[in-house]
Design a protein around this ligand. Sequence first.
Ligand SMILES: [Zn+2]
Length: 165
Amino acid sequence: MRYYMAPDYDRAKGEAIGLLQKFGLEKPPVNPMDIAKHLGVKVSFVEFEKKLNNISGFYDFEEDTIFVNMDEYPLRQTFTIAHELGHRILHAEWAKSSDYKVLLREDNLSNDPKEAEANTFAANLLVPRFMLDKYWDGLPTTQLSELFAVSVPVIKNRISFEYGA
Ligand SMILES: [Zn+2]
């Protein structure tokens, strides 16, 4: 059951930083829609059924498409797209070997290591330390949130993780 192994955070981070380098992205904000487009991944904003309304999005490996809950607010959608890109890049091998080709994103309640890896990928793609280094000490979190186009909680998590502040 290899997908119950501990999350590989270093790999998730490395893939995110590698993509930023590949596309020459050096300054915030990072737009995961652009990255998806460059990679040939479709992004589709859809209305989910009521019973799926706690789902932010999912990635369909067979369609190579990220589906995003259109009812969620834009900064959350941005994070969802980055998270689903993480599944696409990190978990394609798993998808090939599994009957289950879709990963639903429910509010981080899952303890599946793939979810932890996709979150780490998204965090490092949208708010990489090398970009955060230039700004975190000089701007309030609300301005950092605008600059990086992510929510304030995401910024706070990144600062706390990278600098222990
Ligand atoms: Zn996920």
